[in-house]
Write a protein that binds this ligand. Structure first.
Ligand code: CUA
Length: 359
């Protein structure tokens, strides 16, 4: 490349640079897009705040559209006047000899450009206050589901206190419609640093702060999977602190709850793997209901295999990835707090065989 540049001076010399810039811009664009993607799928890969589902997100989009419309009108007026002025009062032949007319102040114009913006700000302020109040003062109906979400570096603990179980990284909720309103009210806590819970299609962001209980609610009206992520930088693996909200149709949610309430499977043919789990420090960090594993530092593993991803969205939850994850989590999620347990290959196989039964 260097040789070519030296042979072809002039306009050709900048071509590789231009190509580089184009490529860099394209890469940035692609990276930006892929930031919205999650590895394992079935779900819509890109989240979109302009495709709201449910009351709080819709209120935010309605408000956003109003602000965008007001700003668009102001933009068109300002740019229109600017273009008109530039064209109408441009320099013409014969202008050299004299100055344009000098005008000092105009009460009408100054009054207009003071009063109109004040009115616009006032109206937008009122609408903002109304939208915030509408979302924040919502009272949970008796049919509301209450869930506690705890942010950890770098995963989400999801507690269903009324149903008596805990899961991780995937928030399952029932669908809501006008006949059966089933909003979900979330209490947000942090186990360590500040995080932020954000599922763009369902609601705005809400910070998750240590020693402070924040709350928010969602009310999805279409069954499906909604993707979200931690929206507050919280350390090395902030980018792999993904959230999935799985919205179940009527009836299906109750089945899911019942499956989560059961104790973990206890199959005799995987006893060797289970013994390895209980002989290593796995047991200090993870809970498996119905066993003596009561650790709270890492995700509850009682129904591990029902989840779609590993490491809070770091990899799809397949047997191969599970093996790779347990072998050395640092390869899939560098910096995460789960260590390489230094097991032999045979121990690894037995342990993974046990984990695969946790359905
Ligand atoms: Cu948690 Cu960023």
């Amino acid at each position: 490349m260097t040789a070519n540049i030296s042979k072809c001076p002039g306009p050709f010399a900048i071509r590789p640079t231009r190509r580089l810039i184009t490529r860099a811009l394209f890469t940035l664009f692609a990276l930006g897009l892929s930031a919205g993607y999650v590895i394992a799928d079935g779900a819509s890969p890109v989240t979109n705040i302009f495709k709201p589902d449910g009351a709080p997100a819709r209120a935010i989009v309605d408000y956003t559209m109003l602000v965008l419309a007001v700003c668009a009108v102001i933009f068109v007026i300002v740019v229109g006047l600017l273009v008109y002025t530039v064209v109408r009062f441009r320099h013409r032949r014969g202008d050299e000899g004299h100055e344009p007319p000098q005008i000092y102040g105009s009460n009408q114009i100054e009054l207009a450009w003071t009063v109109i913006p004040i009115l616009i700000v006032f109206v937008l302020g009122l609408v903002t206050a109304r939208s915030i109040a509408e979302i924040q003062n919502a009272v949970p109906p008796p049919t509301a589901l209450h869930v506690t979400v705890v942010g950890h570096q770098w995963w989400w603990e999801i507690r269903y206190p009324d149903q008596g179980f805990v899961t991780a990284n995937e928030l399952h909720v029932p669908v809501s419609d006008t006949a059966h309103r089933n909003p979900t009210f979330l209490k947000l806590e942090s186990a360590d640093v500040a995080h932020s819970f954000w599922v763009p299609q369902l609601a705005g962001k809400m910070d998750v702060i240590p020693n402070r209980d924040n709350s928010m609610w969602i009310e999805p009206t279409t069954p499906g999977t909604y993707l979200g992520n931690c929206a507050e930088y919280c350390g090395t693996q902030h980018a792999r602190m993904l959230i999935r909200v799985i919205v179940h149709p009527h009836g299906e949610f109750e089945n899911w709850v019942a499956s989560q309430q059961s104790n973990a499977a206890n199959e005799t043919q995987v006893k060797a793997g289970r013994d390895i789990f209980f002989a290593t420090s796995c047991v200090n960090c993870h809970t498996i209901n119905g066993t003596e594993a009561k650790g709270k530092f890492g995700p509850d593993l009682t129904h591990l295999m029902r989840r779609e991803t590993l490491g809070s969205g770091a990899a799809p939850n397949t047997p191969e990835k599970l093996h790779a994850w347990v072998r050395n989590p640092q390869n899939l999620k560098q910096g995460c707090y789960m260590p390489d347990m230094q097991l032999t290959d045979e121990q690894m196989d037995e342990l993974v065989r046990y984990l695969l039964t946790l359905n």
